[in-house]
Design a protein around this ligand. Sequence first.
Ligand code: UDP
Length: 378
Amino acid sequence: MSALPTDKPHMTFLFSDTGGGHRAACEAIIEAIHCEFKDAVITQMVDFLKDYAPPPFNHLPEAYPDLVRVPELWGAMFDISDGRSQARFVTSIFWPYVRRAARRLVNDHHSEMLVSVHPLATTFALKALGKNRPPFVTVVTDMVSTHALWFDHRADLTIVPTEMARQVAIGYTMSPEKVLVVGQPVSQGCNAPIGDRSHLRKDFGWPKGKKVILLVGGGEGMGPLAETAHAIDESGLDVCLVIVTGRNSKLEAELKEQTWENPAFVYGFVHDMPDFMRAADVIVTKAGPGTIAEALIAELPIILYAKLPGQEDGNVDFVVSEGVGVWAPEPLQVVRALTRWVCRTNERQQVVKNCRRAARPDAARIIARTLGEKVGLT
Ligand code: UDP
């Protein structure tokens, strides 16, 4: 496919549906670009794994939920491949196998700019583009423990969500002036004023006068969501449970069948997560970067009940060090943290203040303006 016949600049975004975070970040940037520049630019998202990678890599998006259900295995794969020389080794041995697909990808999408929103896309796309290429920007969507595969010296700019991630990049000998800390891009819907939670609760049909505990396991409904929900339900706390299972429809069906002591609302994949967050009092979640960034903007204290070893270790450090939440890998620890925040309003208020300080609501708009500048839109 060649570029559409128009004089507007084209931007191609390389992402893949391994988890919900890459797509969410990519859509947030594109939404912000169109808010900033209206239709002065043409944007396109390409799932480079599903649509271009040779087998078995093209099956990674559908295999991802099963792969991460064995977190130890995922953590081991992350650790073995992380590091500058390991990343170079991985990209060199796979290059002969993926070269043709990578070249087809870049030839199909002649653009004025390419943006990688996935660690597996960056180096292969840069190799396929060669020397005579348009500007190339990487937007890192992991908060702190950013895998070495994200970083390639040839990228014109690498945008990271936190100062901790910038230090990791510099550790991989990226030039400091080409690594910019902006924040995790989230949808513009997250930036609506928090307003009156009771109106939203009424719209959702949740009961009045109870603390609302929102449970989420990322886009795929991962981690011990059921055990954690039941531990809260049986704890004696007088709360309302809102459980979002994402694309894990088996878990959704199971939880809908079960009986609960407290009012409990079970949902599959929801498309109005910012409203769910604004209507809740506390979030109990897997340590996904997108969910954490959105919760900070919604001023929602965070209890992390699960993480992907390696990849999400740093997210836990970030949440704890910013004072915006706690790490509670056992259901009993979740209940304990929750009890403190439900019973001691002052403690919860301090965490809410910390969320306000750590939130980066304008990240997507800043990224959009930065990309626009590179194609002459400002
Ligand atoms: N999400 C959503 N609806 C759901 C579950 C999740 O919109 O039912 C969104 C969530 O708001 C976040 C993304 O999916 O933007 C999940 O990204 P995260 O980085 O937290 O975790 P991942 O799924 O990539 O592990």
